[in-house]
Design a binder for this molecule. Structure first.
Ligand code: ADP
Ligand code: ZN
Length: 741
């Protein structure tokens, strides 16, 4: 039996029960085991690695309540909603709730109904701690502090929040309560600072790899008509996506174009008012629109796990930014696509922006900043230009060495052969040399025109049809020359002036090539096949059409309940459902992502849809049968009840008291009580007169009639101190049972 818990034999069982997952992700098991041993921990995992589970599961298995500090109200609400959907009692206290809600929630917390309490850091002032938390610790027990987004405590991080600094004072009040810090921060300096600032005691530091294996990385050369290519890519892409642009203006322009072409998109940038931003964001999260066109202002703190593609339509400013932004795809670990569109014009734009960095007061250029920004841009270009595995470069940036051959980036999947293009380079460079000799300079396109013997007016007017290099490059296409030119530029083998005219000039290395002292190697066949590359495992038409149908069902239900679709089921669960097509509740329970609560809540609905689909498609349909009827008439939600509940019921019906059952089963009395409640909720008949006297039950029923059954606290307030929450709950459950049938 699992230490600290009474219900499960091992961690996997608990995982399946609460979250519906069959196995732990890498690192989770070790972290959870350490957390259960009450040690301090620092968990460093990339986005989507599954950090939340590392404190949520221990919170459920330990006695008392775990306090979760989280910086963003939206994230907090989202997590609490997701937990509620798994039947896990969690709540939050922040500035968005009313005084009354606060009071109710506090009562529920004191009453031990809550396992996870989310708190905004600014709440954790002296008064809150000494008036609320200290009492709570005595009454219910605080089982741990989990500090989410722990890098907010560090000034070295990108998101410093002064309120986080106050957290360490909690240590003085609760010296024995273990701490768990979590972050996706990749830099070591910030990690060390977190340990220091949070005053973690000999923490177990767990650093996961920053590799995100489910993300496909690719770089596409911007063609002369990049919009056309983008549109084609979007039309081929399924699911939600984000398109990042460098400026607000470009966001607005691209949004308008895409809308004009019938794509469901909305814009997001800091220039929109906050109401519009919130609305657009919600439409995106709820899948009312497919795509968000945004500046990098969008994405931080947005918990949408099923983003299927992230496109950078402009060059990002640095590798870390690119990693974080593209990393908003596929947080659910399902395959997702990250595309970077790369054009030489983008380099110019960013260089221009860098040159704009001036000191506001003196008007002088901020040289240090410009230097760093330029260096970062260089690395982005190197990434975009690279012919090796994209992951080697990205992860190398964070100091992680990756062996390569990831098989999930363009360079690994479609390796570009390296070829010796020295002769062609000599042709191109000597053409540039001829221009210079005449005291003139031209850009790459014009140079290619001359090489390919163009009959354009401009060439004739310049008299370049008489140059010895005129027409010597007819054997290569314009694109091939372009590829060579760009490659020479990126390898620094030729210069391009950045005074706004972009003309080519030779440098020392160019001359080495011309003198045959240096070879030129370039990657050829620059664009991998654009034919769709993502593998959707739903390979047959049948599976896909069932998937679409289940998606629709999920969306309808989500809209009706005003929650985002992924709260109901992750895409991966829907995919498994369409592949395995479970028709009975028992089969449905086997799907990853289906825990006890979701089985009870959605089992009928989804298996019903699957059976209907199969019937319509002429496939065999299985009828739900129940081989072992329980002691009482089966109810629509019987599946919510497991053997452990039935064992309790058996003993209870034999006349044992709650205390006796608890003793016999080595469980806490409250657990036994919870079993009985659960049984009643699931329409099992339980006689409650051994728990509540008739007199009291009548009074409670009257109170419920007066103040309603929705919330416990008003009932309790109405009745006064003679009545316990347990008594109220059990009478309320019986009332509900009665009204059901
Ligand atoms: P992070 O906070 O590290 O970005 P989350 O905690 O939000 O990541 O988890 C990312 C996604 O992975 C969520 O949809 C979560 O439900 C899912 N997940 C976490 N652990 C598992 C697991 N063991 N098996 C399957 N899915 C998991
Ligand atoms: Zn690779």
């Amino acid at each position: 039996m699992l230490a600290g818990s009474t219900q499960f034999d091992n961690l996997e069982q608990a995982l399946k029960h609460y979250f519906g997952y069959d196995e732990f992700r890498s690192g989770q098991r070790e972290i959870i085991t350490t957390a259960l041993a009450n040690r301090d921990l620092l968990v460093i995992m990339p986005t989507g690695g599954g950090k939340s589970l590392c404190f949520q599961l221990p919170a459920l298995l330990k006695q008392g309540v775990t306090i979760v500090v989280s910086p963003l109200i939206a994230l907090m609400q989202d997590q609490v909603q997701q937990l509620a959907n798994n039947g896990i009692p969690a709540t939050f206290l922040n500035s968005s709730i009313t005084t009354e809600e606060r009071r109710d929630r506090a009562a529920a917390i004191y009453n031990g109904e809550i396992k996870l309490l989310y708190v905004a850091p600014e709440r954790l002032n002296q008064e809150f701690i000494s008036n609320f938390l200290v009492d709570l610790h005595q009454e219910v027990g605080i089982s741990g502090f989990a500090i989410d987004e722990a890098h907010c405590v560090s000034e070295w991080g990108h998101d410093f929040r002064p309120d986080y600094r106050k957290l360490s004072q909690l240590r003085h009040y609760f010296p024995k309560v273990p701490w768990l810090g979590l972050t996706a921060t990749a830099t070591d300096r910030v990690r060390q600072d977190i340990i220091k600032q949070l005053d973690l005691k000999d923490p177990d530091v767990h650093v996961a790899s920053f590799n995100r294996p489910n993300l496909y990385y690719e770089v596409r050369r911007k063609s002369t008509t990049p919009y056309k290519e983008l549109l084609a890519q979007i039309k081929q892409s399924e699911g939600s996506g984000i398109i990042y642009c460098l400026s607000r203006k470009k966001v607005d322009e691209l949004t308008a174009k895409l809308q004009h072409d019938g794509i469901k998109v909305l814009p997001y940038h800091a220039g929109l008012n906050s109401e519009t931003r919130t609305n657009n964001q919600n439409s995106f999260i709820r899948d009312d629109v497919q795509i968000m066109v945004a500046t990098v202002a969008f994405g931080m703190g947005i918990n949408k796990p099923d983003v299927r593609f992230v496109i950078h339509y402009d060059l990002p400013r640095n590798i870390e930014g690119y990693y974080q932004e593209s990393g908003r795809a596929g947080r659910d670990s399902e395959p997702a696509h990250c595309t970077l569109y790369f054009g030489l014009g983008d380099i110019k734009t960013i260089e221009y922006l860098i040159a704009q960095k001036v000191d506001r007061e003196t008007g002088l250029a901020l040289e240090e900043e410009q230097r760093i920004a330029t260096q970062q841009l260089r690395r982005v270009i190197n990434y975009a230009e690279a012919t090796e595995c994209r992951r080697i470069i990205q992860l190398g940036y964070f100091g992680e060495s990756f062996p390569g051959n990831c098989d999930n980036c363009d360079n690994c999947k479609y390796p570009r052969p390296i070829a010796d293009w020295t002769i062609e380079a000599q042709k191109l460079l000597s053409c540039v040399a001829r221009f210079s000799k005449q005291g003139r300079n031209f850009g790459l396109s014009y140079t290619i025109d001359v090489l390919r013997g163009s009959k354009s007016d401009r060439v004739f007017k310049n008299g370049h049809d008489t140059l010895s290099t005129y027409g010597i490059g007819k054997d290569r296409t314009q694109n091939e020359w372009r590829n060579l030119g760009r490659s020479l530029l990126h390898q620094g083998l030729v210069e391009e002036t950045s005074d706004g005219y972009s003309v080519l000039t030779l440098n020392a290395l160019s001359w080495e090539i011309l003198k045959s002292q240096r070879k030129v190697e370039i990657a050829i066949a620059p664009t991998p096949p654009t034919a769709e590359t993502h593998d959707i495992s739903t390979n047959t038409v049948e599976i896909q059409s069932l998937y679409n149908r289940l998606q629709k069902l999920r969306k309808q239900y989500a809209d009706a309940n005003k929650v985002p679709p992924y709260v109901i089921f992750a895409d991966s669960s829907l995919r498994l459902m369409s592949q395995q097509q479970p028709q009975t509740l028992a089969q449905f329970a086997q799907i990853s992502g289906v825990g006890a609560r979701k089985l009870a809540q959605y089992g009928e609905m989804f298996t019903g849809e699957i059976r209907a689909f199969r019937a319509e498609s002429g496939l065999s349909v299985q009828v739900e049968s129940d081989p072992t009827p329980p002691l009482n008439p089966p109810s629509p939600r019987k599946s919510d009840v497991s053997q452990t509940h039935l064992d309790t019921l058996d003993l209870y019906q034999r006349g044992l008291s709650l205390a006796e059952i608890a003793e016999k089963r080595s469980m806490r009395e409250t657990t036994i009580f919870d079993h009985l409640l659960k049984l009643m909720e699931c329409s099992y008949e339980v006689t409650i007169d051994r728990i509540v006297s008739l007199e009291k039950a009548t009074a409670i029923e009257q109170a419920i009639n007066t103040v309603g059954a929705e919330r416990l606290t008003p009932i309790k307030v109405h009745l006064g101190d003679d009545y316990s929450y347990e008594e109220i709950k059990i009478v309320r459950a019986r009332l509900r049972l009665g009204s059901n049938g």
